[in-house]
Ligand binder design. Structure first.
Ligand code: AMP
Length: 201
């Protein structure tokens, strides 16, 4: 099954910070993810910026000989400083169009450490999975425990019956890229839509 799914992951969309964060480990994880994606012949789809973890990741992919597609809204192209060395830079008209375009190009979704924009993008794609709008794997690379609090929050929401366990299980996590990508290849989306069995936890 893993081999069968492997053929279906051509591109992965990575959400990550437009800043570098406080620890070198965050950028190192981005470099490692980029190299691992290229090793597995997986293309990168991301927000198109040259800044922060975003730029580090794209450079890692390009330096390893891989393909990196950036999707950036026109209004952000200057502020975030679009990366002009990419395999392709797609300029769109709005943040919504950016997210929809990134999703349509991708067969999986990963969040590296980042800020509010990263969290918003991760939660949106997870809620699309929860609604059955896509069936692709979603995961976080929990570098140095950066996402421990976010994981605790989701577990709390399950405990309090705002999130079903089956939907919580849609969020894969690992501390390193190779481990997360292995999980992606084994992933099978549950067939339970959000509005079915409402009374179950
Ligand atoms: P951040 O994690 O805040 O550094 O942002 C990472 C990426 O998310 C950047 O490319 C931002 O343009 C993007 N971003 C920021 N805010 C939003 C938002 N409300 N919706 C979608 N993307 C956003």
């Amino acid at each position: 099954m893993a081999e069968q799914l492997r053929a279906n992951i051509n591109n992965i969309c990575v959400y990550c910070g437009s800043n570098v964060g406080s620890k070198p480990a965050y950028a190192e994880a981005a470099i490692e993810l980029g190299q691992e994606m290229v090793r597995r012949n997986i293309g990168l789809v991301y927000g198109g910026s040259s800044l922060g973890i975003m730029g580090t990741l794209a450079n890692s992919v390009l330096q390893a000989g891989g393909r990196a597609i950036g999707v950036i809204p026109k209004a952000l192209a200057t502020r975030e400083i679009a990366h002009h060395g990419l395999s392709e830079l797609i300029v769109v008209s709005s943040m919504h169009e950016r997210k929809a375009k990134m999703a349509s190009l991708s067969d999986g979704f990963i969040a590296l450490p980042g800020g509010l924009g990263t969290a918003e993008e991760l939660f949106e794609i997870l809620t699309w999975a929860q609604l059955g709008l896509h069936h692709n794997p979603c995961g976080i690379i929990n570098v140095d425990g950066y996402y421990d609090h976010l994981i605790s929050y989701i577990d709390h929401a399950v405990e309090q019956r705002f999130v079903k366990l089956i939907h919580r299980q849609m969020l894969l996590s690992a501390s390193a890229a190779d481990e997360l990508l292995d999980k992606f290849f084994d992933y099978q989306a549950p067939l339970v839509a959000k509005w079915i069995n409402r009374s179950e936890s």
